[in-house]
Design a protein around this ligand. Structure first.
Ligand code: HEC
Ligand code: HEC
Length: 284
């Protein structure tokens, strides 16, 4: 009897160990997903340690600094649990319950699925901890109050992982996920209203952009004039067919994300962009 109980206990312990091994994210996949999400860009100062924060993100609301997200217990996310991380990305909430500014593109990242969030977290845990303190944001007055963000979120934020569209083939669904969730292309390419909410009826149709400079329409209206090869060349090198070099903000997306995607993922993104409704350019 005692032997049987001991055997049972061992079996339960073994099952529990397998369970936790399965539940833990895969850091190698997470590394790729972090590239597909362009995380390094906003979380690395020019010339600084990767993911140790300090990148200045200039917006009409002021300057945001991407925080240190290495696993340092004081300066970074070392004391966080996986659940804290999932809550930050899926719900835009800090571990203490305060809201994040949408300069952190969680309105797109909320669409990342659970398995990918776990892998991203596993990857961040493998980074060398950096003790560099995160810089406080420098925002214009009314925007300094995080409390205002609960109103903004009520108006413009819908949390939840993305569901596949059963009417579309898997390649288009993969492309949609890479574009909308990880790649957060709409954060720049979809125009916004005065309160900074994206106009979803104008998805990826471009517009004035935060600094008043034009952001191109990337719906088929514009892209049908590009061959797949033109697009692949541009999205991996930043050079347009007529030899122009791309603007800095898109250049960073190309360096950090698009040039790092597997050829299959890049092709999926292009297939998706070709499948969305063709919208006319924004009227001035
Ligand atoms: C466009 C810039 C940008 C990108 C891209 C970006 N972040 Fe951030 N992130 C920010 C900013 C800005 C904040 C701080 C927001 C605030 O203080 O309200 C932040 C905050 C965070 C936090 C919370 C840190 C803390 O100390 O509270 C985590 C975790 C995080 N980002 C992870 C990620 C991951 C993972 C990715 C890639 C999937 C990513 N970020 C991509 C700008 C960005
Ligand atoms: C940080 C803002 C930002 C993000 C995020 C962003 N883009 Fe861009 N994108 C731009 C800007 C600005 C330009 C115009 C660059 C220029 O004309 O030099 C551009 C240009 C482009 C073009 C060329 C269009 C043309 O007609 O010239 C394509 C295609 C494109 N982006 C695709 C994407 C895709 C796909 C994603 C998501 C992975 C993405 N962009 C994410 C800012 C952004």
């Amino acid at each position: 009897m005692v032997a049987l109980i001991q055997r049972l206990i061992r079996l339960v312990a073994l099952l529990a160990a397998c369970g936790s091994a399965l539940a833990q994210g895969d850091a190698k996949r997470g590394d790729y997903l972090a590239k597909a999400g362009g995380c390094v860009g906003c979380h690395t100062a020019k010339g600084g340690t990767e993911f140790a924060g300090g990148y200045a993100l200039k917006t009409p609301f002021g300057t945001f600094y991407g925080p240190n997200i290495t696993p340092d217990p004081k300066a970074g996310t070392g004391k966080w649990s996986e659940a804290d991380f999932i809550r930050a990305i899926r719900h835009g909430e800090r571990p203490d319950g305060a809201n994040y500014y949408p300069a952190f593109p969680y309105p797109s990242y909320t669409k990342i699925n659970d398995a990918d969030l776990k892998d991203l977290w596993a990857f961040l845990r493998t980074l060398p901890p950096s003790q560099v303190e995160s810089k406080p944001h420098e925002l214009h007055l009314p925007f300094r109050f995080r409390l205002l963000l609960s109103g903004w979120k009520l108006l413009f934020f819908t949390p939840g992982a993305m569901a596949a569209d059963a009417k579309q083939p898997p390649v288009v669904n993969r492309g949609a996920y890479l574009t909308q969730a990880l790649g957060h292309c709409g954060e720049c390419h979809t125009p916004r209203n005065l309160l900074g909410g994206v106009k979803s009826s104008r998805f990826l149709a471009g517009g004035k952009g935060p600094e008043g400079k034009g952001i191109p329409n990337i719906t088929p209206t514009k892209l049908k004039k590009w061959s797949d090869k033109d697009l692949i060349d541009f999205l991996t090198s930043g050079l347009t067919a007529d030899g122009d070099v791309v603007a800095e903000s898109m250049g960073e997306v190309i360096t950090n994300t698009l040039s790092k995607l597997t050829p299959a993922d890049l092709a999926a993104m292009i297939a998706y962009l070709r499948s969305i409704p063709a919208l006319p350019d924004e009227k001035e």
